[in-house]
Design a protein around this ligand. Structure first.
Ligand code: SF4
Length: 97
């Protein structure tokens, strides 16, 4: 299992407090919502900007055990993208087993 954090190369959820110029700027997101949907559980809308400007986001944990890139609830994809799916942000790199 890789011990290098998977990076988020692009996120088009521009109303998230952690998003600047289609990039995620929190150290690590958590992926996985109800019914094993690959939601970004870190998504938040607020009046304040969040995150660290010089930081590119990564995947800290992923609860989507039915993804082919998931091993022991960690992401082994290396890099992912995040984007809208209907009315919520999802990991777009999700691949069903
Ligand atoms: S690629 Fe799969 S394992 Fe990685 S964050 Fe997305 S849903 Fe989770």
């Amino acid at each position: 299992m890789s011990t290098v954090m998977t990076s988020i190369t692009e996120c088009d959820v521009t109303d998230c407090a952690y998003n600047k110029h289609n990039s995620c700027h929190t150290l690590a997101i958590t992926v996985g919502g109800p019914e094993e949907c690959p939601h970004c559980d870190t998504y938040v809308v607020g009046s304040h900007n969040g995150g660290i400007p010089d930081t590119r986001g990564g995947v800290g944990a992923c609860k989507v055990s039915n993804c082919a890139h998931n091993a022991a609830l960690e992401c082994s994809a290396g890099r992912i993208t995040v984007g809208w799916h209907m009315n919520h942000p999802d990991c777009k790199t999700f691949q069903a087993r």
